[in-house]
Design a protein around this ligand. Sequence first.
Ligand SMILES: [Zn+2]
Length: 67
Amino acid sequence: MDQYDRASELEQAEREAAIANARNATKLYRSDCIDCGDDLEPHRLEYGICVPCKATREHQDKQRGRR
Ligand SMILES: [Zn+2]
């Protein structure tokens, strides 16, 4: 294997790693609510929870803090 082959192989490995990282990044976002399993609206995807469930959680957190 000469120097050029090694360089292009490394380049390809880096490209594949970058693609794998991009796939993992999109996997972080779930498409359904973590609490009720409803499909999330696009603007809720990064939160992973729908608006009603988020409100319920905040309500419960407040009650917990009062105790
Ligand atoms: Zn929900």
